[in-house]
Design a protein around this ligand. Structure first.
Ligand code: FRU
Length: 539
């Protein structure tokens, strides 16, 4: 009898649990009625080989450094919502720059404020004294953004602070002496510190944005900082606020020369409107950044030189502590734009990073220019491949059957030469809903373009799909190589070995399933090309 009641009790409990589960299921089904797919990283528009947070809001990449076999990536994160809010540093690591492992949130807001953008370094010589054993401490340098101060109408509510880790970045302790750079000048926008070790002057150098210029400060121990110089009031584009600078030395390709590059994000004021990143080339003498003469004219005579002409590469900076034997300058940006970032049509998470890229400095006829290339590690993702032969394109060439895989997750190279002076050629992705995205080169205007004006959902923002985005061609070669990465909701073009780059996102109502090469208003000769289906990184 006792046994019978016990069994009955278990049965009733089982029913209860089952119906609760069902209720939860039903509830999430109603909550997510617009997103039918909920499998891990399989929601509509979810990038398959780009980094995106598991859920909720993300903006700028932060604190990127390499240590003990791991590339660290932190990011601006609000874990309670899919729009911007009190900022934390989310955290992920990778051993190959391709596959990422999510880690717990690294930095939470505290009494000094939200945790805004910043950087991190390996303090190899334990200059900070935060190291405990033979391991060098890891130091994060970030902006504290004090909301109470802001609400009270003060102007000194942003200042620079530090935190350290002695366990391979798994846990972080904020320094009790924060802030390390107070905002004594009372500048409202006073943020985004990037710190480097400058071998020549034997000091840590911090660069951060101060509204319409950047400030450089120096330190021997990362805790006590002194002012070095300002740069930029008279330089570059000033249509918006300056944010997220970076400063680093770099060898000029194929020479013994070395220069300094400053990256500088600006919002708004980008070449195709909204957020974008300009850069400067010059020298750094341990105190001042000295801009090269004649640097500030791009090929169109504009007052800025842009890292990427697409709308969706912002606040990008480079990794610290890449081993000397490697020697690359590795970069990653946030693949969105403040014009519409908070309202793009994704629910579970919002936004992704660009692919990791190698930055190179080359001397061109237009002067020193940064060339960007996808990192070579990405080649591990290549699966099914297709070769394209020498053929003349006049009209369209449908490749869909030939490839035998969906172009929505694809890498592709196309080599063109001998195009007509008026020709307009490129690649078109489309789906059965009649939506399409085009990216290519317009010979009559000598510019590349990305056309998402009919790429799917545009309704969420008037500023998203109104215009075709353009990028002047820098190279003058008689041949053009277009190198593309398409990942469900994004396109990245590295043209002419990375001389011109465009990154754009889009939101088709269903994945793109067809791919065509086209040449309009004239012929273009395709001398060859390759396409690969790329594997996803999350499964
Ligand atoms: C750039 C930015 C930074 C700031 C962060 C806040 O996108 O505005 O200047 O630190 O985002 O999330």
């Amino acid at each position: 009898m006792k046994k019978f009641f016990k069994t009955l009790a278990f049965f009733l409990l089982g029913c209860l649990i089952f119906s609760c589960d069902q209720m939860a299921d039903n509830q999430s089904a109603t909550q997510e009625s617009t997103t039918t797919e909920t499998a891990f990283y399989q929601e509509p528009h979810r990038p398959q080989f780009h980094f995106s947070p598991k859920e909720k809001w993300m903006n700028d990449p932060n604190g990127m450094f390499f240590y003990d076999g791991e590339y660290h990536l932190f990011y601006q994160h609000y874990p309670d919502s899919n729009v911007w809010g009190p900022m934390h540093w989310g955290h992920a690591v990778s051993t190959d720059l391709v596959h990422w492992q999510h880690l717990p949130i690294a930095l939470y807001p505290d009494s000094l404020g939200y945790i805004f953008s910043g950087s991190a370094v390996v303090d190899w010589k334990n200059t900070s004294g935060f190291g405990k054993s033979s391991q060098p401490p890891l130091i994060a340098i970030f902006t504290h953004h004090n909301v109470e101060g802001e609400k009270a109408g003060r102007n000194d509510f942003q200042y620079q602070s530090i935190a350290y880790s002695n366990d391979r970045g798994r846990t972080w302790t904020k320094y009790e002496g924060n802030p390390v750079v107070p905002n004594t000048e009372k500048i409202r926008d006073f943020r985004d510190p990037k710190v480097i070790w400058d071998e020549d002057s034997g000091q840590w150098v911090m660069i951060f944005a101060a509204q319409n210029h950047v400030k450089l400060w120096g330190s021997k121990d990362l805790k006590s900082w002194t002012y070095l110089s300002d740069f930029g009031k008279q330089h570059g584009v000033h249509a918006g606020v300056w944010e997220c600078p970076d400063l680093f030395p770099i060898n000029v390709e194929n020479s013994k020369e070395s220069k300094w590059v400053m990256l500088l994000s600006i919002n708004p004021g980008g070449p195709n409107s909204g957020s974008a990143t300009q850069y400067f080339v010059g020298n750094f003498d341990g105190k001042n950044f000295i801009l090269d003469k004649n640097f500030e004219r791009d090929v169109t005579g504009e007052k800025a030189v842009w890292l990427d002409y697409g709308r969706d590469n912002y606040a990008g900076v480079t990794w610290s502590d890449i081993p000397k034997e490697d020697g690359r300058r590795l970069f990653m940006g946030w693949m969105s734009n403040w014009n519409y970032a908070t309202i793009v049509p994704t629910q579970i998470w919002r936004s992704a990073m660009t692919l990791p890229r190698t930055l190179m400095l080359k001397k061109t006829d237009a002067g020193y220019r940064i060339f960007s290339q996808p990192v070579k590690e990405l080649e591990v993702l290549r699966s099914t491949a297709a070769n394209l032969e020498n053929t003349e394109i006049a009209g369209t060439l449908d490749l869909t059957q030939r490839l035998g895989f969906s172009p929505s997750q694809m890498e592709m190279t196309l080599d063109f030469e001998a195009w007509d002076a008026a020709a307009n050629f490129g690649v078109e992705l489309s789906n059965n809903k009649g939506e399409h995205y085009r990216i290519g080169y317009d010979a009559s205007a000598n510019q590349f373009y990305s056309d998402r004006t009919q790429s799917g959902d545009l309704a969420f923002s008037e500023r998203f799909g109104a215009k075709i985005h353009t990028a002047p061609r820098l190279a003058q070669d008689k041949a053009i190589r277009l190198h593309f990465f398409f990942d469900v909701a994004s396109a990245e073009l590295f043209a002419d070995d990375g001389a011109t780059v465009m990154t754009d996102i889009f939101f088709p109502g269903e994945d793109f399933t067809s791919v065509k090469i086209y040449a309009e208003k004239g012929k273009a000769k395709l001398t060859g090309g390759q396409a690969w289906r790329l594997n996803g990184i999350w499964h």
